[in-house]
Design a protein around this ligand. Sequence first.
Ligand code: PLP
Length: 363
Amino acid sequence: MSTVYNFCAGPAMLPAPVLAKAQQELLDWQGLGVSVMEVSHRGAPFIELATQSEKDLRSLMNIPDNYKVLFMHGGGRGQFAAVVNNFLGNNGRALYLLTGQWSKSAAEEAVRLVGESAIDTLNIVEQEQGLNKAVLPVLSGDADKYRYVHYCPNETVDGIEIFDTLESPWPIVADMSSTIMSREIDVSKFGLIYAGAQKNIGPSGLTLVIVREDLLALPVVHPSSIMDYRIAAAKDSMFNTPPTFAWYLAAEVFKWLKSNGGVAAMEQTNIAKAALLYNCIDNLSFYKNGVVAANRSRMNVTFQLTDESLDKTFLKEAEEQGLVALKGHRIVGGMRASIYNAMPIEGVQKLVEFMTAFAAKHS
Ligand SMILES: *Cc1c(COP(=O)(O)O)cnc(C)c1O
C-alpha cells in the first residue's frame, strides 16, 4: 500500500500510531479478553481511561481548575443547540459574531430555538483589496445585556481563522471544532469552548465541552437531560452511555500529543505546514487564496485554481499521487487542504511538490 495523505476536513485523518495501537488492542483491551467497546463505562478500566484522558487534556490545554471538562454527544451542531438550551432560558439574549458558514449555522440554530428577537448577529468579515478579513469588534455594554457572545475562531469551510483573542463584557462561547489544540490558547479568556471531535481530537461521535463552573449556575429552563451541562458535570460525563470507542481513541490522541511535545510543538509544526502551502499558492499565479495573511487558517487551507476548468484534472491527478479529499466545500467550491495535527509535514511537502509540478505542466 502506497502512502495516502488524507486532506479531508472531517472526519479527518487520525495519527497513524494511534490507529496502529487501536488495531493491536482491538480484540483484547487491557488483558480483559474483550475490546474497549464491549466493557461497561462504569467499570474500573473505563473509568480509569476517562480520568486519565481528562488529566491529559487538562495538561495539554492548561485548563484552569475552575473549568469543567465534559465529554458529550451530538457533535458541533449538538452544541449549537446545547449552548442555547443551557444558557438562554428565562428570556436570555445572545450575540453571534458571523465569520462564515459555521458561525452562521450556529446563529441560525439559536434563532430556530429562541426566536430572532433573542439573537443579535454581527458580521465581522470585511473586504480588503478583494480579500476576506475578520475584524474583531470592540464589545461594550451592560454585563446583563447578553448571556454570552458566540464566535467561531476557525471557519472550516471558508478557511478564515481568528488568532487574536476576543475581549468581551459577556462570557465568550467559542466553537473550536477545527482549531482546538492546533495552537496554544488561554482557556481562562473563555466562558465555554466546544469542539466536535472529528477534526483534531478523534473520531466523530464525541464532543468536547470546556466550561467555566460559575456559568453552570446561570438560571435556565431545563434543557434535555443529555444536553444539560450541569448533569454532565455532576455525573462525570456518564449520565448515559458515552461514545466509549471514540473516547478511547481521543484518549490515545491526547497521549500521542503529549509524547510529541504537546500543543506548543504542534503549533510550531502547524505554522511550518501552513507556511509551506500558502507560499506555494502565493508564488504561483496558477493558484489563489482569498483571505488576508492575518486570517489565513492554519488548519483549512482554501485555494482556487486560476483556471477553474482544470479543477477536475487537478483532483484526479492529485488522487493518483495519493493526495486525497482536496475538493473544497460544495458551498464555496475550489480546493481545500485540511492539515490538522495528524497531518505530517511530509504530506504537505508532497502536496506542494504536486501543485508545483501540476502548475508547470498545465501553464
Ligand atoms: C465540523 C464543524 C461543525 C459541525 O460538526 P458536527 O459534529 O458535524 O455537527 C461545527 N463547527 C465547526 C467549526 C466545524 O468545523
